[in-house]
Design a protein around this ligand. Structure first.
Ligand code: SDX
Length: 394
């Protein structure tokens, strides 16, 4: 028989944490970064402005923004030897596997920014990752499709530079579409930070042991990959593709409601939002903008997505469970229209979330009270018992 030991609630050292960075009101569908609403940041600013805000706590002045942009731009190249790291992977490796491995390996190349007790090294490591994740993500994409790597360009802004590294080829000039670059930048803003989600908690727990920042961010990337978390954007697009047409929606809605069926509507529901995810609204608007700019007027998956949303929002099951579309519901359609294969969607999420992970890691590391995280448990196993010699085992 098993007896549970008394559970001491005092040991919930990582059950929750204090933070000044992001506030979510799940019932009202509110998301603030350092007090600023996500819709205002997405409307008026760019991704590097949001990065500055998350890291330093205030919106930058014009001079501060220019300096920050320049410092990030000057860190976008990767150590040339790291290019060989990519060629060790199979061509059909999932880009998330490549990005997770390469980011973890950064600590093997940038020894002068791994001492977390040194504020300067902490900031250099932070800048390096914000700057290099687009380069690493684009290299993972190029490697997976067998095209040559494209170097970053200092004359392009963050999102345009990323699109150029992803889609330019040596044979012809790649023209930056400013509408699509602006949409990409806004998508990065929407994914930048989100309080203590699973991957951020992973980064905090890894960082609480004193591990180097590159290893901590690699841990966050690994956690984000799961389909219940950041992998939901790829899963949502695959689900919409499997549903295929509006006529098939009722079958899948019924499956999502069936307790005995593990199927869930990908891109729906959230542990915190019990109202509409404010990011999903902005993502849907961005989706229409991108499809409009590209002249795509009859995307069958958008039609399925919008009808699925209409049905789910009027269905008593989803109303009762307070299930609304989350950020991952429309992002897949948008990213596919921008030219990304589904296996790159979570990589883009990780690229954008890197600044949130870093800001949360930095807040924790710089807290003089912080201690190593050590979750406790409610033990439900055997009480103590004596060893049984092999001869007496049945
Ligand atoms: C992200 O934490 C974050 O902030 C994450 C994130 C971020 O920015 O970091 O916002 C990004 O991860 C968004 C979520 C992406 N995941 C998906 O879209 C996958 C599909 N969604 C579900 O797996 C689910 O909604 C979760 C994982 C998102 C939340 O899981 P919970 O907390 O277990 O779900 P819940 O408590 O809200 O569920 C309440 C009920 C449950 O039923 P009961 O056990 O009460 O009977 O609703 C059901 C769930 O079974 N339910 C669903 C459902 N989501 C929840 N039923 C059908 N389809 C769904 N999508």
């Amino acid at each position: 028989s098993t007896g549970a030991f008394t559970y001491d609630p005092g040991f919930t050292s990582t059950g929750s944490c204090e933070s000044e960075i992001t506030y979510i009101d799940g019932d009202k569908g509110v998301l603030l970064h350092r007090g600023y609403p996500i819709d205002q940041l997405a409307e008026h600013g760019d991704f590097l402005e949001t990065c500055y805000l998350l890291l330093y706590g205030e919106l930058p002045t014009s001079a501060q923004k220019a300096d920050f942009d320049n410092r990030v731009t000057r860190h976008t190249m990767l150590h040339e030897q790291m290019a060989r790291f990519f060629t060790g992977f199979r061509r059909d490796a999932h880009p998330m596997a490549i990005v997770c491995g390469v980011v973890g390996a950064l600590s093997a190349f940038y020894h002068n920014s791994t001492d977390i007790s040194d504020p300067h090294q902490r900031m250099v490591a932070s800048l390096r990752m914000i700057a290099k994740l687009p380069t690493i993500a684009a290299m993972a994409l190029k490697y997976s499709i067998g095209q040559p790597f494209v170097y970053p360009r200092n004359d392009l802004d963050y999102a345009a530079n990323f699109l150029h590294m992803c889609f330019a080829v040596p044979c012809e000039e790649y023209k930056i579409n400013p509408v699509l670059a602006r949409a990409m930048d806004r998508i990065f803003i929407l994914h930048a930070d989100h309080e203590q989600n699973a991957s951020t908690s992973t980064v905090r727990l890894a960082g609480s042991s004193g591990a180097n920042p590159f290893a901590c961010i690699a841990a966050g990337i690994a956690c984000l990959w799961g389909p219940a978390h950041g992998g939901a954007n790829e899963a949502a697009l695959n689900m919409l593709s499997e549903i295929g047409s509006v006529e098939n929606i009722p079958t899948y809605v019924a499956r999502a409601k069936d307790k005995d069926d593990p199927f869930r509507l990908m891109g729906f529901g959230h542990r915190v939002y019990k109202n509409y995810d404010p990011r999903a609204k902005i993502m849907q608007k961005t989706c229409h903008e991108v499809l409009g700019e590209l002249g795509i007027t009859d995307d069958p998956m958008l039609e399925v997505a919008m009808e699925l949303e209409n049905i789910a929002l009027t269905d008593e099951y989803f109303i009762e469970k307070k299930l609304y579309p989350n950020i991952d519901f429309y992002s897949g359609i948008t990213l596919k229209a921008l030219g990304f294969a589904p296996n790159m969607f979570t990589v883009l999420f990780a690229l954008a979330r890197t600044v949130g992970w870093i800001a949360q890691w930095k807040e924790m590391v710089e807290d003089p009270q912080q201690r190593i995280g050590r979750p406790r448990q409610l033990y439900t196993g055997h009480t103590q018992r004596d060893y049984v010699p092999m001869s007496r085992r049945k």
